[in-house]
Design a protein around this ligand. Structure first.
Ligand code: A3P
Length: 290
């Protein structure tokens, strides 16, 4: 029905509605209390959004269910055709502290976030699982370009041709800026390994101090199975013409290492070769096999 084309903004391919409204997105003026959650698509955005929301509300389960994720934490650059409200229009109506989601590459994030020293959390996920998750998402999300066959999709990913651009540049730019901008840089694999440790890390970054029981409750409320069953977190509020979850559910598997079910040995070799080159200028401690 939709399958919108991508248009480049400063070299980065974005959904045409985002590109068409770029000037107002770039002009967004944050409040110093705004909290930014930035990710390459499918890195674990919704998971961290849920954790942050619960941390800010002392682990109150009612809060996690008061409205769909999209309304609780507006998606900064999202412009969909009506009646879905734009991220900016939702933000205008909200009281601080606002939790704002973005998939924008570092250089496209409105500068006010850094000038006002807003808190920012970045979540990175290993390239292969991120790619597999995106491949499924592009099949079910009818506003994204057709993913086409798996073999070609891998090349689109490696060439940075997917919506929101290159995974490699995305994870690298935030990594390089993390100290200067005081960005909390998290890894999906760490969150899977020890969710409590990572929830506590986020809590400290947000200058909060919650008791052990509350933290345990937050870990439980943000587990994959709880979120999968929570209509306010699993995106079931989005109409089927946009998210056709019968093709692939938004809460799909939520595991590390699913890539091994998709990459052939040849594809894996090619990918690794290319990865080495694209990532040679940084040393980000990704763990692909845990
Ligand atoms: P999979 O497709 O691999 O299952 P995003 O929120 O950035 O779009 O990322 C979605 C990915 O995060 C999906 O990955 C989804 O299942 C996974 N995810 C969402 N909530 C999760 C949770 N509580 N625990 C683990 N993974 C989660």
């Amino acid at each position: 029905l939709y399958r919108f084309p991508l248009i480049k903004v400063r070299g980065i391919p974005l959904m045409c509605h985002i590109a068409d409204n770029w000037d107002s997105i770039w002009a967004f003026c944050p409040d110093p209390s705004d909290i930014l959650i930035a990710t390459y698509p499918k890195a674990g955005t919704t998971w961290v959004q849920e954790i942050v929301d619960l941390l800010l509300h002392n682990g109150d389960a009612e809060v996690a269910r008061r409205a769909p994720t999209l309304e609780r934490n507006p998606f900064l650059e999202m412009y969909s055709p009506p009646p879905i409200p734009s991220g900016l229009s939702l933000l205008k109506r909200m009281e601080p502290p606002r939790v704002i989601k973005t998939h924008l590459a570092f250089q496209l994030v409105p500068e006010g976030f850094w000038e006002k020293k807003c808190k920012a959390i970045y979540v990175a996920r290993n390239a292969k699982d991120n790619l597999v998750s995106y491949y499924h998402f592009d099949q079910m999300n009818q506003t994204q370009p057709e993913p086409g066959p798996w073999e070609g999709y891998i090349h689109k990913f490696m060439n940075g041709e997917l919506s929101w651009g290159s995974w490699y540049d995305h994870v690298k730019e935030y990594w390089k800026e993390r100290e200067k901008r005081n960005i909390l840089y998290l890894f999906y694999e760490d969150m899977k390994e020890d969710p409590r440790r990572e929830v506590e890390r986020i809590m400290r970054y947000l200058d909060l101090s919650l008791n052990d029981d509350v933290i345990s409750r937050i870990v439980e409320l943000t587990s994959f199975n709880t979120m999968k069953d929570n209509p306010m977190a699993n995106y079931s509020c989005i109409p089927k013409v946009v998210f056709d979850q019968s093709i692939s559910p938004f809460m799909r598997k939520g595991v590390v290492g699913d890539w091994t079910n998709y990459f052939s040995p040849e594809q894996n070799e090619l990918f690794d070769e290319d990865y080495k080159q694209q990532m040679e200028d940084v040393n980000i401690p990704f763990r692909t096999n845990i």
